[in-house]
Design a protein around this ligand. Structure first.
Ligand SMILES: Cc1cc2nc3c(=O)[nH]c(=O)nc-3n(C[C@H](O)[C@H](O)[C@H](O)COP(=O)(O)O)c2cc1C
Length: 194
């Protein structure tokens, strides 16, 4: 049987972003967990412009190739983890833009978050995302991963150094996400391509 596909979405597109080493760390744990076919999806590589579709996404009638490519990527995912920075007490614009591009591709699928930032550890970013993913019909996990003082957890070589207990926390989130993916999977129908 094929494994469900977990897409770990790197939300920050900034040069030198800390989100990439954090997402790489989480991806490594998901590969080790082995319950999912875990993929890294980097919004910097996806390279979406600010939403430029003439029609709202609900009917999936897309004009641009970049939207069709993004639709096809997201459509193949069974579950998502957004790795999101806290910017100005919320999450970053590239993440919102990537969410807004699509609709049915996200619907009915489970989602979890890895939030990071300063003292608030990305908590405000994740809280701000909850109503957005709910409006898209996604099913958020109650648990999430939070990384405070992120500046201090990246080595000079650019690797994320996990704090004690954090790997276990993240693996628990992957466990719970797999349970939710399995139970939702039976009820979910794959939307057609746009
Ligand atoms: C525009 C901007 C706004 C920020 N605002 C906050 C904030 O409100 N709270 C916080 O904890 N950190 C804030 N930070 C610090 C970021 O969380 C930190 O720099 C993090 O590394 C950004 O993620 P990135 O490196 O993956 O882009 C902000 C950073 C930027 C660039």
């Amino acid at each position: 049987m094929t494994q469900p596909q977990l897409q770990i979405i790197v939300g920050s597109t900034r040069p030198g972003r800390r989100g990439l080493p954090i997402a790489t760390w989480f991806h490594g744990l998901a590969v080790k967990h082995a319950g999912f076919d875990a993929r890294l999806v980097d919004l910097a590589e996806v390279g979406l412009p600010l939403l430029d579709e003439p029609r709202p996404p609900q009917r999936g009638r897309y004009e641009h190739d970049h939207t069709r490519r993004w639709s096809e990527t997201v459509r193949t995912g069974d579950a998502y983890v957004f790795v999101v920075p806290e910017y100005n007490h919320s999450y970053n614009a590239a993440t919102k833009n990537a969410l807004d591009y699509l609709a049915r591709e996200w619907a009915g699928k489970p989602v979890a978050f890895v939030g990071y930032g300063g003292v608030a550890a990305g908590a405000r970013a994740v809280q701000a995302l909850l109503p957005v993913v709910a409006s898209l019909g996604m099913v958020p996990l109650s648990g999430s991963v939070h990384i405070p003082f992120v500046r201090t957890s990246i080595t000079p070589e650019g690797r994320f150094e996990s704090a004690p207990g954090l790997d276990e926390n993240a693996t628990g989130v992957i466990d719970e996400l797999l349970r939710l993916t399995t139970s939702l999977g039976a009820a979910r129908t794959t939307p057609p391509v746009g």
